[in-house]
Design a protein around this ligand. Structure first.
Ligand SMILES: Nc1nc2c(ncn2[C@@H]2O[C@H](COP(=O)(O)OP(=O)(O)OP(=O)(O)O)[C@@H](O)[C@H]2O)c(=O)[nH]1
Ligand SMILES: [Mg+2]
Length: 294
């Protein structure tokens, strides 16, 4: 490693909900670090993912989708976005070819005008539109101050190289910020909590995913297996009945899926015990949000 030629920096991934920010970060890292779901507002906190090789270390920050703050939880989510931008060397603005430009896109673009670091735009989900539509979106974005505009589909694996080559051009010369074997600075409990939350997003409709949050109380590594105790916090008693389902079948299906996901992550047998508790209107309460780690 030639330290004088080493490049390292922070790359914030910013965009409205559901455009594929987390999907793209996972592809870049070759690892499922950030949870993904077809529903908007899946990511609620910044998820750091570190990419290491012989001549560079890129620290990606997946952020929550930009929303209008309707709950205190949303205020926190916006704070995560602002924090990520403070440290960033490069901004990766992600949008979708099938909806761009929405009001949220325009608001983010307005906000990004003030950010002085190099900005790259990704138009994701081009698999859902025609060539003409892609051209039209590129034209709109070319009026903004982006170094590069990259139309792509995260459904195609080869996009990894395309994005990495683009990012590397703007990465500053700097020694690595983190140990070269680190992938994230977040604890295992965080990833387990997120995988359970992901399964809630996939298994329940309406307000359940939004009214729920997960706390991992115990994560015991027993060598060849892990024992986990986690609580799903909901806002109302009626939601508890929905989450459990007839004869407990809904929650059982969800738990088994979560165990599978956690197994892929830790490569050990997983025993997951789930509890359900209620905290009325936790999304609007400062103390509850703090308690739940937001
Ligand atoms: N058709 C298509 N779907 C995609 C593409 N990229 C991502 N998706 C899907 O879009 C949905 C949202 O993806 P996420 O990665 O969770 O989006 P996000 O921007 O992180 O969303 P938030 O965390 O809610 O802000 C998922 O169902 C993905 O599988 C793409 O290129 N084409
Ligand atoms: Mg996300």
């Amino acid at each position: 490693m030639d330290i004088t030629k080493f490049k390292s920096g922070f790359v914030s991934i910013i965009g409205k909900p559901n455009v594929g920010k987390s999907t793209i970060m996972n592809i870049l890292l070759n690892e499922k670090l950030s949870i993904i779901s077809p529903k908007p507002q899946t990511t609620r906190q910044n998820v750091k993912g570190i990419l290491n090789d012989e001549n560079k270390q890129i620290i990606f920050l997946d952020t929550p989708g930009f929303v209008k703050a309707r709950y205190e939880l949303h205020e926190k989510m916006l704070e995560y976005i602002r924090n990520s931008l403070q440290d960033s060397d490069i901004v990766l603005f992600v949008t979708d070819a099938n909806h761009f430009p929405t009001d949220y896109d325009l608001e983010i673009l307005k906000f990004l005008k003030k950010i002085k670091v190099p900005k790259l735009a990704i138009i994701n989900k081009i698999d859902l539109v025609t060539q003409d539509v892609i051209k039209e979106k590129i034209e709109i974005l070319s009026k903004e101050n982006f170094e590069l505009i990259i139309p792509l589909s995260a459904k195609e694996e080869k996009i990894r190289e395309v994005i990495l080559i683009a990012v590397e051009q703007f990465l500053p010369l700097h020694p690595p910020f983190y140990a070269l074997d680190e992938m994230s600075d977040l604890p295992m409990k965080f990833f387990v909590q997120e995988l359970i939350r992901e399964r809630i997003f996939h298994n329940y409709g309406d307000e359940i995913p939004y009214s729920s949050t997960v706390i991992v109380e115990h994560y015991k590594d027993l060598g060849n297996k892990v024992d986990i105790e986690a609580t799903i916090w909901l806002e109302r008693k009626t939601q508890k009945i929905i989450v459990i389902g007839k004869n407990g079948e809904k929650i059982k299906k969800m738990r088994i899926e979560a165990e599978k996901e956690i197994h892929s992550l830790v490569q050990k047998r997983v025993k997951l015990n789930l509890w359900i508790k209620i905290k009325a209107n936790w999304r609007k309460k400062t103390n509850a949000l703090k308690e739940f780690g937001y």
